[in-house]
Design a protein around this ligand. Structure first.
Ligand code: KG4
Ligand code: ZN
Length: 411
């Protein structure tokens, strides 16, 4: 048994097999991510069966690499933390089963972590590592300010989620209240689907991010209409019967997102403007055997790949999505009295999103924080960091732990 406060984090909820060693929830000693992008790229999305198989292949070498890079042995560890959900059932099972076996074999406590809480802790970990005082994880020993003063509005925006939470430190750990969410697609899913529709690579977010810089964001006017929950969602509980969070109909409709409409609007624009052939030609070029597809680095490179009209379409799409994410996040922060916003998840890597959120929060006298780019997308350092307060509080999982694809965060 270690005693140095070393937690080995394991993450396998989607298409990255990751392991990391984090000291006392605040110092990353190693963070190893084996991406399966190459496996899924040709399908334009994650294929669950392939994901499980790749996790099985990668988990042992990835954990070994994380321990090696951190310079620690299994005997030095104090706990194992693992993502218990939400995510793909078969993918979660690989990480959970492996973590359980390792914890049992080493006689170490096992901490089950919600993937979404992990994303939120990616921001807090970055703040701790860069000593950003006002975002530090408050524990009673470190900080005795009133709980409400510490509350933060968290936007988790990834390929699977677009959720708004009020995050509050509570007795050394954190509590979360769901205040907004998407009623259909996640924002990252919209980036991926639009990129696929236009014939670009997978995942789509980095492509759209790179291409949008060279287009006119005002060329195509996309609009988000107000969601009327009462009409079609009344009483429905999101996703699963077992969900403990507020039903969609109970949430403030001004804090609900919907990204399926803008995806259809892009499709309609493509059809009306005869851009389909251009997209198909591009896809066959980018996905040709042996082709190394990477997002363009200059306007010239971008124009070699696509027309200016497509660049304008992409810039308008991204501008509209970022604008909608901002509008609802700032509205939520204002109505809940949160002075701090944590933006996290794969889409938080987006450059326009970072720039506009930062500018708007400065204008409003708020503070917005992001994880590093590496911690924005899936990783295990965030899982080990999120586990630390739970480890201190003695919140351990037992041998019955299994992956829960629709695990809910908070209430
Ligand atoms: O958090 P993440 O790695 O996995 C999930 O938990 O879903 O997020 C992946 C998502 C994908 O949809 C990807 O297209 C998107 O994050 N993404 C981006 C960027 N980088 C990744 N979206 C917009 N701009 C980016 N730079
Ligand atoms: Zn994620």
């Amino acid at each position: 048994m270690g005693g140095r406060g070393l937690i080995l984090g394991i993450e396998s909820s989607c298409d990255e097999t990751a392991a990391a060693v984090v000291e006392r929830g605040a110092r990353t000693l190693s963070s190893v991510v084996a991406s399966q992008i190459a496996t899924h790229a040709r399908y334009g999305g994650v294929v669950p069966e392939l994901a499980s198989r790749e996790h099985l292949r990668a988990i042992v070498p990835v954990v070994r690499a994380a321990l090696g890079e951190a310079g620690v042995a299994l005997d030095d560890l104090d706990a194992i933390a693992v993502t218990a959900g939400p995510g793909l059932a078969g993918a979660l099972l690989v990480g959970v089963t492996y973590a359980k076996a390792l914890a049992y074999g080493q006689e170490l406590p096992l901490v089950a972590v919600n993937h979404l809480e992990g994303h939120i802790h990616a921001v807090l970990l970055h703040a701790l590592e860069t000593e950003t005082q006002d975002l530090r994880l408050a524990t009673p020993a470190q900080d005795d300010r009133a709980e409400d003063e510490e509350a933060a509005l968290a936007l988790v925006v990834s390929g699977g989620h677009t959720h708004l939470y009020l995050a509050r430190p509570e007795q050394g750990t954190w509590s979360y209240m769901l205040v907004g969410r998407t009623v259909d697609d996640a924002a990252g899913e919209a980036f991926d689907k639009v990129a696929k529709l236009l014939g670009f690579g997978y995942p789509g977010g980095p492509w759209i991010d790179a291409l949008a810089r060279y287009g006119n964001p005002r060329a195509v006017p996309f609009a988000f209409s107000q969601i009327k929950t009462k009409l079609h969602l009344a009483g429905k509980i999101p996703r699963t019967k077992g969900a403990r969070t507020a039903p969609i109909a109970a949430l403030d409709p001004h804090l609900l997102f919907s990204f399926s409409g803008i995806k259809t609007a892009v499709l309609r624009y493509v059809e009306l403007n005869d851009l389909r052939t251009e997209a198909q030609t591009r896809a066959s070029r980018l996905f040709a055997p042996g082709a190394v597809a990477r997002p363009p680095q200059s306007h010239e490179e971008a124009l070699e790949l696509c027309s200016q009209q497509v660049l304008d379409l992409i810039a308008s799409f991204q501008c509209a999505v970022v604008g909608d994410l901002m509008k609802k996040s700032f509205a939520a922060a204002e109505s809940l009295g949160a002075r701090r916003i944590l933006v996290t998840g794969g889409v938080a890597a987006n450059r326009e999103l970072r720039a506009r959120f930062s500018a708007e929060s400065a204008r409003r006298g708020l503070r917005t924080a992001f994880p590093t780019l590496a911690l924005s997308t899936d990783n295990a350092a965030m899982i080990a960091a999120a586990a630390w307060p739970r480890f201190l509080a003695g919140e351990f999982a037992d041998g019955a732990l299994s992956g829960d694809p629709s695990l809910v965060l908070g209430r």
